[in-house]
Ligand binder design. Structure first.
Ligand code: COA
Length: 382
């Protein structure tokens, strides 16, 4: 007979290792993030999103011909089944993009006869399809809500450039495409964050990839996770002027309110993704002649550094990605969908890893309610 060890209560699972992965490594004390052993900064400077997705899924950088083949397979999947375009047209125009995206990713399963194929081959096929179609879904819904005609995918473009074209109707400049591509690289994977965990929990029941992605999108949406980038932008808009930064931020700290875009469960040093995005957002602000937001962000950072750096609270990825997306002309409520558009690659990779060595994820609960209560008939209850 085997005896189970006593379960340990770990609120928020902060000290629990619940899975193994070969994809991303985080050293929160020293501010290091690597994908398959390669520093995130190097990948952001030298690589493309497609190359990074290949790296995460195959644990090795592709050769030129492997990358060409991967790009061809990915681009073939950019388009949507006709029923999906029709479904987007039926959606309420005032719906929020994250609700629309969650619904549309779930609906993709309706057009896939092998949606329930949770074999490694099946999951890998769905992974490619989901990465390729997510940008199309986001852009299609945005065009629809603005009363504009859909722009069909351009199979000659990279995922980032094609997304901007489907969104705006115009092919992006190289700087814009590169900026978005870098944001996608930085958001692709990040250990067992809340949405990745949620996705792994779903696939571990041998459900299906569409269900896992839908779960993950719903989890990403919250302001304590992917929704923080939108909250940062709303905060900057509320502050409005650099002279208001100090009273607003100090007021929030005094009231013990969180400042969005700061703090992280794992990083207790500067988030390496924020380091890169900070430089990037400054450069974009200079290029577009709109330094105001960058300067406000920088001032917030200085005040926070003085007030809470001793608690290990620094800007996280969402802080400077907010101003980067804003400089690219994206609507605020598209910021979290942008995060999902990239992270779908990490979620899918994790689901395949989970399936490769699967065990149902089922933690225990500490029941803290009463026992041995009498049952009082309904007409005798006070
Ligand atoms: N602003 C001000 N104080 C913060 C803070 C923030 N953004 N984040 C954490 N703190 C403080 C907490 O108030 C707490 O202080 P206390 O010990 O005096 O009570 C301490 O730091 C620990 O915070 P806690 O919320 O327990 O840490 P956590 O690991 O549970 O939470 C986050 C991590 C990310 C949820 C949290 O930092 C947060 O809510 N940040 C804002 C949202 C955000 O940017 N999310 C995106 C993450 S990528």
């Amino acid at each position: 007979m085997t005896t189970a060890s006593a379960p340990i209560f770990d609120k928020g699972l902060a000290n629990t290792i619940a899975a193994e992965s070969e994809m991303s490594f985080i050293d929160g004390q020293n501010g290091i993030l690597e994908y398959v052993g390669i520093e995130i900064d190097t990948l952001a400077r030298k690589s493309s999103f497609e190359e990074v997705v290949y790296l995460l899924w195959h644990r090795a950088l592709p050769t030129r011909s492997q990358l060409d083949q991967f790009n061809t397979s990915l681009r073939k999947e950019y388009d949507l089944p006709q029923g999906m375009w029709d479904m987007v047209r039926q959606m309420p125009k005032n719906a929020k993009p994250m609700h629309a995206l969650r619904t549309l990713v779930s609906a993709l399963a309706l057009y896939d006869e092998t949606a329930d194929d949770a074999s490694i081959e099946g999951a890998t096929e769905k992974a490619l399809l989901l990465v390729a179609k997510t940008p199309t879904l986001i852009a299609a819904f945005d065009r629809h809500r603005k009363g504009k005609e859909f722009v069909k995918p351009d199979f000659s473009l990279s995922l980032a450039a094609n997304f901007i074209k489907m969104l705006t109707g115009e092919a992006p400049t190289d700087t814009m495409a590169k900026a978005l591509d870098v944001c996608l690289i930085l958001h692709a994977d990040h250990g067992l964050n809340a949405s990745t965990f949620a996705g792994r929990v779903t696939i571990a029941t041998l459900s299906d990839m569409y269900s896992a992605m839908t779960t993950a999108i719903g989890t990403l949406k919250g302001p304590l996770h992917g929704g923080a980038n939108e909250a940062v932008m709303h905060l900057l808009n509320d502050i409005g002027d650099i002279n208001n930064v100090e009273p607003v931020i100090k007021g929030r700290l005094e009231r013990k309110e969180k400042v969005m875009g700061f703090g992280h469960r794992v990083y207790k040093a500067y988030d390496p993704r924020a380091t890169y995005l900070k430089t990037f957002s400054k450069q974009l602000a200079e290029d577009t002649g709109n330094l105001k937001l960058y300067e406000m962000s920088h001032k917030i950072e200085l005040i926070m550094e003085e007030a809470v750096a001793d608690k290990g609270i620094y800007p996280n990825v969402d802080f400077y990605s907010a101003t980067t997306y804003y400089s690219l002309g994206l609507d605020i409520d598209l910021f979290t969908p942008m995060f999902a558009m990239s992270r779908v690659s990490g979620w899918a990779g994790h689901c395949i890893e989970q399936l490769t060595d699967n065990r149902l994820i089922r933690p225990r609960l500490a029941y803290i309610g009463p026992h041995e209560q009498p049952y009082i008939p309904i007409n005798e209850r006070g």
